[in-house]
Design a protein around this ligand. Structure first.
Ligand SMILES: NC(=O)c1ccc[n+]([C@@H]2O[C@H](COP(=O)([O-])OP(=O)(O)OC[C@H]3O[C@@H](n4cnc5c(N)ncnc54)[C@H](OP(=O)(O)O)[C@@H]3O)[C@@H](O)[C@H]2O)c1
Length: 303
């Protein structure tokens, strides 16, 4: 297969590209950066693109490809959320997705599937309500972005299969949220965030890669797909598990007001809210998660 990964230079794209190359697939990464600025990776070809809502000369890379995976977007947690930053978070996803769907619709040989990024933030903050792919969206900023992002990807649904991967908290030692959670635990100051009652829809990075790779060839995987383990845990349970994995205590709660003071709106959106999301679409179609227990997942990640 020849797979195009837009935003494939990032945390998830790198892991996905490496796994696909290992399985002898051809991988082309669309990046805003020149190939000379990117680390050389065996089996990966870089094509420079301008994700501005239009299809440029780069669209020839998409013509005839087997699949397109869309992971492009400004990092959610890299900067404090000013109004301008929120606009960037939204626009970067919408413009990149529109560029891709335009290129897909213009291709002479249409790719067989678009797997487009989305996030469990689609559901907003939902307490302990069990959430499946058919649950209604939330109403906060991230939910609004996810709704628009998915709608933009669905513009390709008239010509190809579209799967919307609602990714949860991807666990890995080197990227995503986990490395930022480790320091307080390593300094014997770890514990739950806020009330600790918010649900964390975690997924081991290997399962995320396996689920996306599997979805490339599964006709039934269309529409929304929760990329989360079948066993979400509360933040308090997660903190205890992380303490066990690191052989450190997990008794120092981080009060909500302090997190809000330090991070502003991001604290509520990323740390103090939660989703008890279940991967119903994937499990109904026969996908088997390797990591369903948080202790085993953290032991695997931190080994
Ligand atoms: N990691 C998680 O736990 C998680 C959870 C839920 C959802 N997601 C979503 O999954 C996607 C991939 O996540 P990730 O962790 O791999 O993110 P990442 O490491 O930040 O990578 C995203 C890539 O998008 C490109 N990008 C950055 N700013 C952009 C902009 N303004 N316009 C267009 N492209 C831009 C970059 O590629 P170039 O610089 O090469 O262009 C970057 O490598 C993101 O949309 C993220 O929101 C991730």
């Amino acid at each position: 297969m020849h797979i195009i990964i837009a935003g494939g230079s990032g945390f998830l794209g790198t892991a996905l590209a490496d796994a696909l190359v290992q399985h002898s697939h051809e991988v082309t990464v669309l990046s805003r950066q020149a190939p000379s600025e990117l680390p050389r990776r065996t089996g990966v070809r870089y094509v420079t693109w301008t994700p501005n809502g239009e299809a440029g000369a780069w669209k020839s890379a998409i013509d005839g490809a087997t699949a397109v995976v869309n992971l492009a977007g400004e990092s959610i947690a890299a900067k404090r959320w000013s109004a301008a930053q929120k606009q960037r978070l939204r626009d970067s996803r919408l413009h990149a997705t529109k560029s891709l769907t335009t290129a897909i619709r213009q291709a002479k040989q249409t790719p067989g599937v678009l797997i487009s990024g989305s996030a469990v933030g689609y559901y907003g903050d939902r307490g302990d309500e069990t959430l499946t792919e058919s649950s209604a969206p939330g109403s906060d900023f991230l939910a609004g972005v996810a709704v628009e992002w998915e709608a933009a990807a669905n513009a390709a649904a008239a010509v190809t299969r579209v799967a919307l991967i609602r990714t949860g908290i991807v666990l890995d030692k080197r990227g995503g949220a986990l490395p930022k959670m480790l320091p307080p635990f390593q300094m014997f100051a770890g514990g739950p965030l806020g009330s600790g009652r918010q649900y964390m829809p975690w997924i081991h990075k290997d399962d995320w890669v396996r689920l996306v790779t599997w979805s490339l060839t599964q006709e039934g995987m269309r529409g929304a797909v929760n990329a989360t383990s079948p066993s979400p845990v509360t933040n308090a349970e997660f903190s205890k598990a992380l303490g066990r994995a690191l052989h450190r205590p997990s008794v120092m709660p981080a009060p909500a007001f302090a997190l809000r003071l330090a991070l502003g709106e991001m604290a509520d959106a990323l740390l103090l809210s939660g989703q008890r999301a279940l991967p119903v679409r994937a499990t109904d179609h026969g996908f088997a998660f390797r990591f369903t227990n948080i202790d085993e997942a953290l032991a695997g990640v931190l080994a």
